[in-house]
Write a protein that binds this ligand. Structure first.
Ligand SMILES: C[S@@+](CC[C@H](N)C(=O)[O-])C[C@H]1O[C@@H](n2cnc3c(N)ncnc32)[C@H](O)[C@@H]1O
Length: 251
């Protein structure tokens, strides 16, 4: 079943779902980086590289305003900042994740402007950003269409949205191998190390319920993004989506 937004277990309504997600990420924040790299066998590094490549042009602009949304502990943020000619803002609604992001940026020798806020209601003006990146955060939002509308609001006409997210491998072999890994290995290792069984049950389930890449592409087009497209990564375990805010006034 494809959901309109994430629906964690035992929650009803967007407010409850949002609080659940916020609390869950707060709980796993101390072990997040370790588990992220361990459970992805570091493949996530190559996925982040694909994201950087997609944003290469805007990163080269000295006056660009770029937001790394759902920045978590800041892995994508520091990668973007390393190559960007301008400052990249990080945003997340989970305070412990932002604390780690700030420390990581500092260790790399720069101060990251960080915003603590909800992706569904960004504290930013209309038409104020040149690009938004969202890596593995979009899936956790409570209303996918509403989020795309909000991203469109804050992007300048012609601004780029890039979403890196887990997806659905089209090949049967990869699908069953990944299904076994994410359904059995990931919850077992994740709960053991993080101490949160709930979180590592929710994470694969949220991937299973997430729309297929074609569906997300169509949602982006309906929300007013043109050239919406996607690139499957590692046999479709992840997908890099992108689109550009339409300049027409039809939206
Ligand atoms: C799986 S982590 C990804 C972090 C980072 N982008 C990365 O690639 O490692 C998802 C992040 O999205 C954040 N998040 C989820 N829902 C959010 C929302 N509504 N507003 C802001 N941040 C949100 C969580 O707090 C968490 O830090």
């Amino acid at each position: 079943m494809v959901s309109a937004g994430t629906t964690p277990p035992g929650t009803s309504g967007e407010k409850q779902a949002s609080r659940w997600v916020q609390q869950m990420f707060s709980d796993i924040a101390p072990k997040y980086d370790l588990l992220n790299h361990l459970l992805s066998f570091n493949i996530d590094r190559s996925w982040r590289k694909a994201l950087l490549k997609r944003l290469r042009d805007v990163l080269a602009e000295p006056d660009a305003r770029i937001l790394d949304l759902c920045c978590g502990t800041g892995d994508v943020l520091v990668d973007l900042q390393r190559v960007a000619k301008s400052r990249v803002i990080g945003a997340d609604f989970c305070h412990p994740m932002l604390v780690t992001a700030a420390g990581k940026a500092m260790a790399r020798g720069f101060r990251a402007p960080l915003l603590e806020g909800d992706a569904m209601e960004l504290p930013l003006g209309d038409d104020s950003l040149d690009a938004i990146s969202v890596a593995f955060g979009f899936r956790n939002l409570v209303n996918y269409s509403g989020a795309l509308t909000e991203f469109r609001r804050v992007l300048k006409p012609g601004g780029t949205l890039a979403i890196l997210e887990f997806s659905h491998p089209p090949g049967a072999l990869m699908r069953s191998a990944y299904g076994f890994y994410s359904g059995v290995i990931l919850p077992a290792v994740g709960s053991l190390i993080s101490g949160s069984r709930e979180a590592y049950r929710y994470l694969p389930e949220s991937v299973r319920r997430f729309p297929k890449a074609e569906v997300l592409r169509d949602m982006m087009m309906s929300a007013g993004f043109e050239n919406a497209s996607f690139q499957l990564l590692t046999g479709g375990i992840a997908a890099l989506h992108s689109g550009v805010k339409k300049t027409s006034s039809a939206f």
